[in-house]
Write a protein that binds this ligand. Sequence first.
Ligand code: CP
Length: 312
Amino acid sequence: MKHYLSINDVDCLPGWVDEAIALKQNPYQFQKLGKHKTICLLFFNNSLRTRLSTQKAAMHLGMEVMVMNFGSEGWVLEYEDGTIMDQGTSEHIKEAAKVVSQYCDIVAIRAFAQLKDKEKDEAEQVLNGFAKFASIPVVNMESSIAHPLQALADAITLKEHETKSRPKVVLSWAPHPKALPHAVANSFVEMMKLQETDFVITHPKGYELNPEITARCTIEYNQQKALENADFVYVKNWSSYINYGQVLSKDLAWTMTREKLGNAKFMHCLPVRRNVVVEDAVLDGNQSLVVEQANNRTFSAQIVLKKILETL
Ligand code: CP
């Protein structure tokens, strides 16, 4: 595997999940694999889990780690070809990616959607720019349209908690005061399509995700009906895709409650707005898997880095 840009870069999801669960039992067993290898984590946006879990995963593998808040500390990058750079940008992605490749063996990038221009976001300028011009493997730590490390952690969490071979999993939209990207929901849907489950997506009309991603998925606009007999409920806000980046609804009737959850396990990638996205009673109750999901971020990153290190 050259890069990890999408959950579809996983060649065998059940195999990777089993391997990650085994790594969890003995995280330091591949310490020698990363000896004298360096990973550089470049953040164009904020993070808690991704930053610490990816760093921890690399340390488990014996790697050196360099972290840079590129968004606030780096030069403003130019992505277009042939630009006369006499305005706000200071360095071209071509040089930046090639230079970063001199200092490390793997580079991991976080660069969110701007939610202003769908075409520009879908072009994944930052992630694809690094993948194109770097001479080293690139790992996606959440880009404009995908968060594959989160989706892999979610697959691990589902596997650890499933009690039947074909559980019912519901992805439910929830309200949020701000416009959020589609990356987490997109990668969760793509991950669910890689496995055998009864999968339903529920959201208000106008919140349909990219139809290319949700092709062949069941969409139920009635949340109550969607949640019937659910084993896992994954809650996430995203802004409208059709009316790109717009907040069309803040309807608290979509907030996840204990009553609606029933006997299902609750999942969310975090960070989460309490009593907007989900009520306290769910997060503080014993059906919540959110902290386990966060813990599994270390092992999703570790299995990805291990697979890459094995090719270097
Ligand atoms: N879930 C997730 O990616 O968390 P952070 O944004 O804190 O990294």
